[in-house]
Ligand binder design. Structure first.
Ligand code: 5RP
Length: 222
């Protein structure tokens, strides 16, 4: 039998916490994809009714294929639980997200959820955030000017590309990936970035996470 990957183990553990009739914030990425497939399995086997608020168009399609009823944020009174992946997490449950480019909707959904679970493999655990480049989402009108400002501050912005053209998010924005390794006060950096006109969102998720489920070897750790 094939060994279950660490990402899938974490996803399975999170899916066990889901109950009938819940409204779930559905994350984006390869770990979240396992979660959606396992939710689909529970719907088929147990006849559950589950509602999902997706964080990307890709997740929306996959959730529909797996029998989850799609709701928009406008349609829901509350999101019971959001399950999403991360690019890095530290001992204080602070995250960097946005490797898949869905950080804006992911932040909105996480901020509107009663409980947030992050599912990861062991490679995402760090003592200090910053090895992974911090994604920020920028309005195309301002991207070049923002990149020039951030370059002067030593953040080494790189415009994310897909094939040879600028990557565009589901909201038709750009992504700049920043080197934050020399920054220690992440809250202050986040504040400075978030108050720069034209930056729509950062991939810092510093206060939203309630629980991390990390697959490591054949076990899941909290
Ligand atoms: C997408 C994200 C993802 O959760 C993050 O990139 C992790 O992805 P994966 O599960 O594929 O490793 O933030 O914007």
């Amino acid at each position: 039998m094939n060994k279950i990957s660490e990402k899938e183990l974490a996803a399975i553990a999170a899916v066990k916490l889901v109950k009938n009739n819940m409204t779930i914030g559905l994350g984006t990425g390869s770990t979240a994809a396992y979660m959606i497939r396992h939710l689909g399995d529970r719907i088929k086997k147990e006849g559950l009714t589950l509602y999902g608020v997706p964080t990307s168009k890709a997740t929306e399609k996959m959730a529909q294929e797996n029998g989850i009823a799609i709701l928009s944020l406008d349609d829901v009174k509350k999101i019971d639980l959001t399950i999403d992946g991360a690019d890095e997490f530290d001992p204080y449950l602070q995250l960097i997200k946005g490797g898949g480019g869905a950080l804006l909707r992911e932040k909105i959904i996480a901020s509107n959820s009663e409980y947030n679970i992050i599912i990861t493999d062991a490679s995402k655990q760090v003592n200090r955030l910053g090895k992974f480049k911090l994604p920020i989402e920028t309005i195309p009108f301002a991207t070049q000017q923002i990149a020039a400002q951030l370059q002067k501050r030593g953040l080494e912005p790189v415009l994310r590309k897909q094939d040879t053209v600028a990557f565009t998010t589901d909201e038709n924005n750009n992504i700049l990936d920043l080197n934050i390794e020399s920054y220690y006060n992440l809250e202050q950096l986040n504040q400075e970035l978030m108050t720069t006109p034209g930056i729509v969102e950062t991939g810092f998720f510093l206060t939203t996470t309630d629980l991390v489920l990390m697959g490591k070897g054949s076990k899941v750790f909290t």
